[in-house]
Ligand binder design. Structure first.
Ligand SMILES: [Zn+2]
Length: 409
């Protein structure tokens, strides 16, 4: 019955298209070079729609001067150089962004009765991802140069959070030339994708912990330099209401480039370094002194929780051993605390009911990037990975339907 309904629907759609073509007002078709173009007869093409294949014939126009060709009907239907209708491309992009392309092909067959090759889904999903990225970068330019057309609304008293982190995406060998890595032989297997998120916090939960506003999280991400990423992050924060926010907080894990981005774009914000990363560095210090399995003494942990980093560093510093190698490793860890001391005023942050952990962006790294791009056996091109990251950020930020609607306009 479903198949028959689809076939019937496809027949109706075919008639509607033919009727639309026959009754559309004919406009003069111009070539890029400015010359008028004339019809060179009708050409057919296969068109796959969500209802199934629909026969489609349209006029071909050519320029007498420079011989360029155009299909005006394809342009109006948004099917230039493709045999998939916009509706089918939307399904292909969504399916291909969710699971591996082979799986996506099976999903589309099962859910929508559409038989499409995995390679085609890959090509179209990445195409759509690049269109999403193009639209986002236009929007970014607009926000950075002309400002927001309308000020975004924030709930009264909302705390505004910006958080970002990196995660390795396995890439093809050609993408790694000249890049040192973490493998035993010094080679690399991955390129770092940076992911950023913006969310708001209004109050506390029943246990008195800060609570994130449901559905307030949006994501941006890409494999790109920290400079470019800083601008991407900043534009997203502006779009979400950075300038309207009364209190802005930035949560990171304390790497050097984090400070650069905060100083460049969020200099008025309170920068907080993730407490759990700080704990890990404290454990690393304990293990350098007392061997694997050692835990940081309670005194150290209390000093960290109190945000008294000066005393913590002095206390640990008294224990520096004679071995030059261990000493060097310990000093490196201590520098982490010295460099991030201002961002570790945890007692003060807790007093103000701020988040002190970067759990939101870490979970984002797993859901936005890990679940789709870091499955076993995957090797991405940077171009392909960035297209899928753009697509997933758009979908998981709840902006994909808007993107599609604006395309149609
Ligand atoms: Zn021409």
């Amino acid at each position: 019955m479903l198949q028959a309904a689809r076939q019937g629907g496809a027949g109706v759609l075919g008639s509607l298209l033919a009727h639309w073509q026959a009754h559309a007002c004919r406009q003069v078709v111009l070539c890029e070079c400015g010359q008028g173009m004339s019809s060179r007869g009708r050409r057919g093409k296969g068109l796959l729609t969500t209802l199934g294949p629909v026969p489609f014939v349209r006029s071909f126009y050519q320029c007498a001067e420079c011989h360029q060709g155009r299909f005006p009907d394809d342009e109006r239907l948004d099917i230039i150089n493709t045999t998939y209708s916009p509706g089918v491309r939307r399904l292909m992009a969504r399916a291909g962004s969710q699971t591996q392309f082979e799986q996506a092909a099976q999903d589309l067959l099962c859910y929508a009765g559409l038989k499409i090759e995995p390679r085609e889904i890959e090509r179209v999903a990445e195409d759509v991802g690049r269109q999403v990225e193009e639209r986002l970068s236009t929007e970014q330019e607009q926000i950075l140069h002309a400002g927001m057309s309308a000020a975004p609304k924030l709930k009264a008293g909302a705390k505004f959070y910006v958080s970002f982190d990196g995660t390795g995406v396995p890439v093809r060998k050609g993408e790694l030339i000249g890049r040192p890595g973490k493998q035993a032989d010094g080679s690399a297997r991955t390129r770092e994708a940076k992911l950023g998120c913006v969310f708001t916090q209004v109050g506390l939960d029943k246990e008195g912990y800060p609570q994130r506003d449901p559905d307030s999280t949006t994501y941006v991400g890409a494999i790109e330099s920290s400079t470019l990423f800083g601008w991407r992050m900043y534009a997203e924060a502006l779009r979400r209401g950075l300038e309207q926010a009364h209190q802005v907080l930035v949560l990171t894990d304390g790497q050097r480039y984090n400070h650069t981005i905060v100083q460049t774009h969020f200099s008025d914000a309170v920068h907080i370094v993730d407490l759990f990363h700080a704990y890990e560095h404290l454990t690393a210090l304990a293990q350098l002194l007392w061997g694997p399995g050692a835990k940081a003494p309670t005194v150290w942990r209390d000093l960290l929780e109190a945000g008294d980093i000066g005393r913590l560093v002095r206390k640990v510093g008294q224990k520096l051993p004679d071995s030059a190698k261990t000493k060097k490793a310990m000093l490196k860890q201590l520098h982490y605390f010295e460099n991030n001391a201002l961002q570790m005023r945890y007692a003060e942050f807790r007093e103000n009911d701020f988040f002190v952990g970067s759990g939101v962006v870490e979970a984002g790294c797993r859901t936005v990037i890990g679940e789709r791009l870091k499955q076993s056996g995957m090797r991405w091109s940077v171009r392909g990975a960035n297209a899928i990251i753009a697509l997933r950020c758009c979908i998981l930020s709840g902006r994909f339907e808007d993107f599609w609607a604006s395309r149609a306009r």
